[in-house]
Design a protein around this ligand. Structure first.
Ligand SMILES: *[C@@H]1O[C@H](CO)[C@@H](O)[C@H](O)[C@H]1NC(C)=O
Ligand SMILES: *[C@@H]1O[C@H](CO)[C@@H](O)[C@H](O)[C@H]1NC(C)=O
Ligand SMILES: *[C@@H]1O[C@H](CO)[C@@H](O)[C@H](O)[C@H]1NC(C)=O
Ligand SMILES: *[C@@H]1O[C@H](CO)[C@@H](O)[C@H](O)[C@H]1NC(C)=O
Ligand SMILES: *[C@@H]1O[C@H](CO)[C@@H](O)[C@H](O)[C@H]1NC(C)=O
Length: 530
């Protein structure tokens, strides 16, 4: 079987270079097969597991329970009239970093400018760069708690999602001193600029009943009920109709009803009563352009080194200062001051997740104990076993925990790690994330990883630090039929964009590909294997 795959691989690789159209065709066939499989998968019934004693759903900000916001102090410096209003004209809007002015998205940098670490030089701090939609924004408080450095956060704020974003930021900025580390940037579709309610509108009671969990579930159930009631024929017609309008909807959703932002209720500093917030993005079925967010957060990072992470990834103790100490040691203080960087080198941080009912571990010793007891595992082991398993995982776990962060081994992204999408410390020299890939379409970091490989990057795997994700929520998001259709389309779209990029790469990196072929190595596989 593997031999067969290898022959197929080698053969299609040759095709790649001679007949790009054939490659495209093959990708299409592969893509359609995948779509059909995903379709079948979605329509299987998922088994329901009973919650066990000790289970709890992780909520960011739980450590602030019982603490009330202090209205007379704010730990954040808001700009442009925020958080009360957005004064258009008082700030420049920028195009998105990779696509430039052709991009359907626009960016407003520094809606909040972080106070902490502002005086530190580029080389004396390392930035945590991340992105979020409004409903995930509260996670930033956990990052602010554990990251000893500046945080660059971009938030997707189409229409009234800015309102939600500002409600959360206002609360957090009166609650938690370490919010002073956070710089906030906004990005949104050009067609749906961010909106804020004025003072008068705030006085009118809004649709806050919608924010209760019970109601949301009820609404979803109703929608699914009515979908079930359709007979076979009308259902097929409905799916047809959904597909036909997918492209328009990707960009703008379909305005059904004008809704106002929900008013979030905060009992104390530990977050809104429910995190199931009906954002504009969700209500209007917008695709989340995650890589625009990543590029924005990264561009706004003022330090030499930064890590582009996902907001739910909580760093282990002292990750930032330990990383800086490592760079200092590897490079020597003098070179560092002169602005030297390691060329074509990134520093990969291992990713883990814990089981339900477990706290996120703070150090490697605890983590390794939890892995041994099956209470933690490498990230996404269950959903996508090859996405995050990293070279040297077993020896990483076996090595005694060092007090410092240090490189463990140098890896390359080659078989069987050809689908590896690591998070890493990098610099502004790396290629941008591809902004045509969406979060819903999955594997959104793939083109960047492939390009790093083609540029012969070295991937240092770090020991002594990690990022860890809480257990995923038990209650799966109930997707409406429209959302399911959009997801399927998004997967298709990402794969399509990926094959376009492969064609581009096969021209741009022709030389390197020829060399790789001659050497018989299996790195930088241009054939997309799902
Ligand atoms: C709020 O902050 C002010 C200024 O730091 C302080 O004087 C006051 O005691 C605080 N109030 C509460 C309730 O903590
Ligand atoms: C990065 O951000 C700055 C503003 O902070 C902006 O002037 C510049 O154009 C941005 N770069 C890209 C590539 O978007
Ligand atoms: C939402 O819940 C409240 C009370 O929990 C109820 O009065 C209201 O009718 C519900 N709204 C909808 C749309 O179900
Ligand atoms: C729909 O099709 C299934 C099998 O394909 C059949 O069992 C069911 O009776 C059909 N329902 C209607 C309403 O036609
Ligand atoms: C491929 O290359 C062409 C021309 O260089 C460029 O216009 C296009 O945006 C590229 N596409 C992708 C997905 O990189």
């Amino acid at each position: 079987m593997t031999r067969c795959m290898r022959i197929f691989g080698a053969y299609s690789y040759r095709l790649t270079r001679r007949h790009s159209t054939i490659l495209l065709l093959v990708s299409f066939i592969v893509t359609i097969t995948i779509i059909l499989q995903l379709y079948a998968y979605r329509h299987q019934d998922q088994p329901h597991t009973q919650p066990r004693v000790g289970d709890f759903d992780y909520r960011p900000g739980t450590f602030l329970r019982g603490i009330q916001p202090n209205d007379s102090v704010s730990y954040c410096d808001f700009n442009y009239g925020l958080p009360d209003k957005l004064t258009w004209g008082s700030f420049p809007t920028h195009p998105s970093p990779e696509t430039g002015s052709k991009s359907p998205y626009r960016v407003v940098y520094d809606a909040v400018r972080g106070r902490a670490y502002r005086k530190d030089g580029k080389y004396d701090a390392v930035t945590y760069a991340t992105q979020a939609t409004a409903e995930f924004l509260y996670h930033i408080v956990e990052i602010a708690r554990y990251w000893d450095g500046p945080i660059s956060l971009s938030v997707f704020v189409p229409d009234y999602d800015l309102d939600i974003c500002m409600q959360i930021m206002t609360q957090l900025c009166h609650c938690y001193p370490d919010m002073a580390k956070v710089s906030l940037h906004l990005f949104f579709p050009k067609k749906y600029p961010p909106k804020l309610r004025s003072r008068e509108q705030w006085l009118v009671p809004s649709t806050d009943v919608l924010t209760t969990t019970a109601n949301m579930t009820l609404m979803m159930k109703n929608r699914i009920e009515s979908y079930r009631k359709l007979d076979n024929k009308t259902r097929a017609e409905y799916i047809q109709w959904v597909r036909k309008r997918k492209i328009e909807r990707m960009m703008m959703g379909f305005p059904k009803k004008p809704i106002q932002a929900p008013t979030l209720k905060f009992e104390d500093c530990s977050g809104p009563d429910s995190f199931e917030i009906p954002t504009y993005r969700k209500e209007y079925n917008m695709i989340y352009p995650i890589n625009v967010g990543r590029n924005v957060a990264r561009n706004a990072s003022r330090t030499n080194y930064f890590i582009v992470s996902d907001i739910e990834m909580v760093p282990s103790d002292g990750l930032a200062p330990k990383f800086l100490a490592m760079i200092k040691k590897l490079m020597g203080a003098k070179k560092r001051r002169e602005g030297c960087q390691f060329t074509k080198t990134i520093f990969v941080v291992p990713l883990f997740e814990v089981e339900r009912g477990e706290e996120i571990p703070r150090d490697k010793e605890t983590l390794v104990r939890m892995v041994a007891a099956n209470r933690a595992m490498y990230f996404h082991q269950k959903v996508c076993s090859h996405c995050q398993r990293f070279p040297g995982l077993q020896s990483w776990l076996l090595r005694p925990a060092p007090k410092v962060v240090e490189p463990m081994l140098i890896a390359r992204r080659e078989y069987p790690y050809h689908r590896w999408e690591p998070l890493y410390f990098g610099t502004h020299k790396e290629p941008w994330y591809s902004e045509v890939l969406s979060w819903e379409g999955r594997q959104d970091k793939m083109t960047q990883m492939l390009e790093l490989c083609l540029q012969k990057y070295k991937l240092y795997i770090l020991d002594g630090g990690f990022l860890c994700h809480a257990a995923p929520h038990q209650k799966k998001d109930l997707l409406t039929p429209a959302q399911c259709a959009i997801r399927r389309w998004a997967v298709f779209s990402n794969l399509y964009q990926y094959s376009i990029s492969m064609l581009n790469f096969s021209k741009k990196y022709k030389r390197i590909l020829e060399l790789i072929k001659k050497s018989g190595s299996r790195s930088c596989d241009l054939v997309f294997r799902y």
